[in-house]
Write a protein that binds this ligand. Sequence first.
Ligand SMILES: *[C@@H]1O[C@H](CO)[C@@H](O)[C@H](O)[C@H]1NC(C)=O
Ligand SMILES: *[C@@H]1O[C@H](CO)[C@@H](O)[C@H](O)[C@H]1NC(C)=O
Ligand SMILES: *[C@@H]1O[C@H](CO)[C@@H](O)[C@H](O)[C@H]1NC(C)=O
Ligand SMILES: *[C@@H]1O[C@H](CO)[C@@H](O)[C@H](O)[C@H]1NC(C)=O
Length: 315
Amino acid sequence: MHPPSLKTLFLFLILIILIIVAAMSFQNEDVSSFSEKTRNSDNVTAPSCSPRRNVMFLKTHKTGTKYVDKYQENGTSFNFITHHLRFNSVELKKVLKAEDTFYFSIIRNPVSQMESAFSFFRRSFPAFKAAKSLEDFLKNANKYFDPLKEGNNELVKNPMWFDFGYNNKVEYTEHEFAKALQNIQRSFDLILITEYFDESMILLKEVMCWDIDDVVTFTHNSRHEMDHKNISEDVASRIKKWNSLDWRLYNHFNVTFWTKIEEMFSPARLQEELAILRERRIFLEAQCSQDKPFIAKKPMQEFISETAFISCPTR
Ligand SMILES: *[C@@H]1O[C@H](CO)[C@@H](O)[C@H](O)[C@H]1NC(C)=O
Ligand SMILES: *[C@@H]1O[C@H](CO)[C@@H](O)[C@H](O)[C@H]1NC(C)=O
Ligand SMILES: *[C@@H]1O[C@H](CO)[C@@H](O)[C@H](O)[C@H]1NC(C)=O
Ligand SMILES: *[C@@H]1O[C@H](CO)[C@@H](O)[C@H](O)[C@H]1NC(C)=O
């Protein structure tokens, strides 16, 4: 059997500011077996399927997408766009011509998202720069943030809403908001959740008909644990208010995410898959990292782009 012919091949390369190569071990798998293979972990729910290869991944800002980056397979290819970009369905369809292109993204809790963004973009966003602290910014946001100002100003408020292609600086009526959500839901096949990263990878694997090793990720460019501040209730609620569009977006897709998980996995099977994923991560990290010690273990400086070199021995 021949592999499906490639309709499109993209590598949008890539002024990656925050880099990150995570991902994976496409060991030199034989292409024909790749397209024919059936799921090996569980054939109870779905006996066989073919792996999806045409993919658009909307890489939203500061959502943990540092974990999921460019997947490349030798010999054949995923038609994978993964880059920071602002979602525009019409424009994307011009370049992603495959009918079956799978659109997905990952979103993060706006509270930790903002804490992270504030710390990361502290020196580069004028609105953040002016504030003494995150608390100060939130208490006086309207003083520091000028919605009309251009330049490094887009991601200060409702950054995910912006990334999905909507106006992040205006109020929406219930009706407008519902309509926008519906559009996002229609445009995306899957929205994953950073806070449930491993569950997200398992769900992705299942929906895409990929192998577990296709979704094993390594952490790279994460801030040191210690850098993460405890966020007080007060600050958290101010952040939710400031980013109310993002907060509602997040809650909506958190629900759809778990609904999908429940549809596809029994609790026992989910735990089983998670255990396999974590085991493979440990195994592959040892096998594949060419950085010693692995880069994830090093404290990272902010504002640094780095690439991790990962190469896995063939099976
Ligand atoms: C799963 O597939 C294997 C190998 O094809 C087969 O032996 C087994 O009976 C299948 N299990 C179920 C539950 O269908
Ligand atoms: C891709 O495959 C070719 C031929 O099989 C091989 O020579 C080359 O080294 C591979 N490249 C990578 C990046 O694995
Ligand atoms: C955060 O809060 C937890 C529980 O209140 C505490 O154990 C921990 O030390 C705090 N961490 C920091 C960095 O303040
Ligand atoms: C997301 O959904 C899970 C499962 O229902 C729930 O436990 C969690 O509190 C939700 N997160 C938020 C921020 O609502």
